[in-house]
Design a protein around this ligand. Structure first.
Ligand code: BGC
Length: 260
């Protein structure tokens, strides 16, 4: 089966690197027009735009801090002006934050992670859903994490933001379903990108991480990109309100391969 997204207008946040870049490219290759949102490194965003154009679709780089509601509103207005609206939103931009146990965490740093990961997804969902409900069609796909359900010492703001995204998506899905709008989340496991470079570039860190993955390897960003295309397309026309894990089995508690 070939998945076609021709004519669809997509916006991917944080699309100039890592998983976001892979999703933007995969959507573009499937025929969607893609807004490549980014916060820093415009050259990287422009490179993604060029690759999507080379694949035969259209793309547009828009700079914008998703944690700011006004900035997000302006970004969607710019997209309206360019292409007349939005059909697919991928809430991808996010940060892990710096490691600190809860009792040692800096409140300002904790809040910033929530502002980017949760309010960012909220701000973009709000603008997209407004338009999708009115046009009676669209898909909002949140990039969550295995840490939506797996605790991660030192990263309580991150885990809290991802758990919240899952529940926010379920609630939006319930609200928007009567309008033919699907809202769901894709939860990657350990995907080899810059966000976790410090882990995979250290042999000990990598060995420890691999032990947590039944498939014995990290995932590639493209494996998330491909799944995002599936979930954003009509192949998944009856899927809404769920979190789909794409994690090589990480949420399968690999320690239970023995004993128990
Ligand atoms: C984090 C990565 C981490 C992975 C598995 C992701 O949500 O962003 O840094 O490697 O979860 O723990």
């Amino acid at each position: 089966m070939e998945i076609k997204l021709s004519g669809k207008r997509a916006l991917v946040t944080g699309a100039n690197s890592g998983i976001g870049e892979a999703i933007a490219l995969a959507l573009g290759q499937a025929g969607a027009k893609v807004v490549v949102n980014y916060l820093a490194n415009p050259a990287d965003a422009n490179a993604v735009v060029q690759r999507i154009k080379a694949a035969g679709s259209d793309a547009l780089a828009i700079e914008g801090d998703i944690s700011k509601a006004d900035t997000v509103a302006a970004m969607f207005t710019q997209m309206d002006q360019a292409w007349g609206g939005v059909d697919i939103l991928v809430n991808n931009a996010g940060v892990d934050g710096s490691r600190a146990e809860g009792w040692a965490a800096d409140p300002a740093a904790w809040k910033r992670v929530i502002e980017i990961n949760l309010f960012g997804a909220f701000n973009c969902s709000r603008e997209a859903l407004k338009r999708m409900v009115a046009q009676k069609g669209g898909v909002v796909l949140n990039i969550s994490s295995v840490h939506e359900i797996i605790a991660w010492s030192g990263y309580s703001a991150y885990t809290a933001s991802k758990a919240a995204i899952g529940m926010m998506a379920k609630t939006f899905a319930q609200e928007a379903a009567p309008y033919n709008v699907r809202v769901l989340s894709l939860a990657p496991g350990a995907i080899k990108t810059a966000i976790n470079r410090s882990v995979w570039s250290d042999p000990r860190g990598l060995r420890d991480l691999i032990e947590k993955i039944p498939m014995n390897r990290m995932g590639e960003a493209d494996e998330i990109g491909r799944m995002a295309v599936v979930l954003a397309s009509d192949v998944a026309s009856y899927v809404t309100g769920r979190t789909i894990y794409v994690d090589g089995g990480m949420t399968d508690y690999p320690d239970f391969a023995h004993g128990g």
